[in-house]
Write a protein that binds this ligand. Structure first.
Ligand code: 3ON
Ligand code: FE
Length: 512
């Protein structure tokens, strides 16, 4: 059922207005700090903690536009919930590039997705330094609030004021210049940490062959384990999936032709070429050494095992998978691993011809949810379409990460077919295929839904789904709180911000 301020739209007619949608990509140069007082419904008293969001906040400097939203400077928003009240704060991450460009009032760096320094190709030729931004995710881990971007180091922020404290090397885990992906996974019960949680993340160095470093870090921020592997060929990897015993990477059929970048014509990300007819490689990397003799995957015993053993025990599978940015979840099932991911027929998210505010949604293929069942014995892969509806930004109950699970929450289009902006939040029951949908159409545009379990919950969907929803009819954003069990009902609460927050990327919940 579709509820809320939805006009029932026939499936063939769009559920949105392109001009209204594009206003969500207006810069938000202001930094706010206030108690939210315009609230419909009631904030659940048990909802205690902070929702952190990251995403591009500026789409221009002095009116000169960036080429692609992924090039926008990271702006962190924090919504702190305490006994039924909510406080809003937003701050830009003061990266070196942000500070320098704001001072100069013009672009001083090249952006990965095509933003160029003024002056044409001659001003950009042989400048191989991309602007380092911190716009993709924000996590609270090891007592630190970290803004993440996949191509460079995290930036640390003050969790209360969001003031930027500088680049962070995770107490020596990272060396200068090393990246740390924007898609860490939180293992709820890590064997290496005695069944306690741990963060698993990767860093990728693409080249003629690609190096993947995997880190496992405990809740105090201490390194439990790291391992480095090399895989053949170029790889552009934005996200990965974990299970208790494996890390899974998809190496989609993409190459990089560096010349237009070198000669100043294009950003590095625009030089990616996708081969729709070629298979994707799936790389399965064991998190633990293989126990000698037994043939089973062993438990972590604190001993650092030879790199070569992991390198040799990696498995490579092949399938046709289109292009994947995000994985929803993965889990082991006997000799198989299931991976649920959002696939595109092409690499359309980084196509930058023309103005990104005027894109023709109909000309682009939608992201769709697929299940890949990897057989580790015979190295075959089964592909199954789970959701035809255009969707992106999958999220599962944090206690089910890496395990079999029942519910997936995801941003989705209002209509069941076709490509369109995300206006709805969908809950998919993996057991029955049943869907619950809440839609903000025609004026509302949603962001990644974050599921927060209710304290002491026993059911997987017992909790709240939080999403920042851009309300184009007022040009401001709302924090929408939905009931996880009854996603299709009226929101539990709708918090009206005094301004808009541009369409963001990822965020997280922390009970602090
Ligand atoms: O050779 C490498 C090529 C490359 C592209 C070098 C590299 C590592 C510098 C690189 C950089 C990649 C980066 C910086 C990727 C950043 C991606 C990013 C900021 C966001 C990705 C978002 C993905 C999706 C699917 C967003 C969807 C958005 C919507 C549905 C609408 O709101
Ligand atoms: Fe992402």
């Amino acid at each position: 059922m579709i509820t809320q301020d939805t006009v029932s739209t026939p499936e063939s007619s769009p559920s949105y207005n392109l001009k209204a949608w594009s206003m969500g990509y207006e810069s938000q140069p202001n930094e706010y700090d206030y108690e939210i007082d315009d609230i419909e419904g009631e904030i659940p008293a048990q909802l205690h903690g902070t929702l952190f969001r990251n995403g591009p906040g500026l789409f221009d400097i002095n009116g000169k536009r960036i080429q692609h939203p992924f090039d926008g400077d990271g702006m962190i928003s924090a919504i702190a919930f305490d006994r039924g009240t909510a406080h809003f704060t937003n701050r830009f991450v003061r990266t070196e590039g942000f500070v320098a460009e704001q001072k100069a009032g013009k672009f001083l760096y090249r952006g990965v997705f095509g933003t160029q320094k003024p002056g044409g190709w001659l001003a950009n030729i042989f400048d191989l330094k991309n602007k380092e931004i911190a716009n993709t995710n924000v996590i609270y881990w090891g007592g630190k609030l970290l803004a993440l971007w996949e191509a460079s180091e995290p930036y640390r922020l003050n969790p209360k004021t969001l003031e930027t404290l500088g680049k962070d090397y995770l107490d020596g885990i990272l060396a200068k210049g090393e990246s740390f992906s924007a898609h860490p996974r939180f293992d709820p019960s890590c064997q290496r940490n005695g069944g306690n949680p741990c963060l698993v993340n990767f860093a990728i160095k693409p080249g003629i062959s690609t190096t993947i470093t995997i880190y496992e870090i405990n809740p105090d921020g201490k390194l439990l384990h790291s391992q480095k592997v090399t895989v053949p060929g170029f790889a552009f990897v934005h996200d990965f999936a974990i299970t208790p015993n494996y890390c899974i990477f998809f190496q989609n059929p993409v190459t990089l032709n560096p010349f237009p970048f070198l000669f100043g014509f294009k950003g590095a990300g625009e030089c990616l070429k996708f081969y729709p007819d070629k298979p994707s490689k799936i790389i399965v990397i064991p998190r633990y050494e293989q126990r000698m003799g037994s043939g089973e995957w062993g438990e972590g015993n604190g001993k650092k095992f030879p790199q070569s053993q992991i390198q040799e025990s990696m498995k490579f599978l092949e399938t046709k998978a289109g292009f994947i940015f995000h994985h929803g979840n993965a889990f082991e099932q006997g000799d198989e691993i299931c991976v649920d991911s959002i696939c595109y027929n092409s690499l359309s998210q980084v196509a930058t011809k023309g103005d990104f505010r005027e894109i023709d949604f109909d000309a682009i293929s939608p992201g769709q949810l697929w299940r890949f069942t990897l057989n580790l014995k015979d190295l075959t892969v089964k592909n199954q379409l789970l959701l035809e509806r255009c969707c992106e930004f999958p999220y599962v109950n944090p206690n089910r990460v890496g395990h079999s699970y029942r519910y997936l929450f995801i941003g989705a289009a209002h209509n069941p077919t076709g490509n369109a902006p995300l206006q709805a939040i969908l809950k998919l029951d993996m057991n029955s295929g049943a869907e619950q949908i809440w839609s903000g159409a025609p004026h509302g545009f949603v962001s990644e839904p974050i599921f927060v379990p209710r304290p002491n919950a026993t059911e997987e969907d017992d909790g709240w789904v939080l999403s920042l929803v851009y309300d184009s009819s007022h040009h401001r954003s709302d924090v929408v709180i939905l009931d996880g069990r009854n996603l299709d009902r009226e929101p539990v609460a709708r918090l009206h911000l005094k301004h808009h927050i541009p369409y963001g990327l990822h965020g997280s919940w922390t009970p602090q």
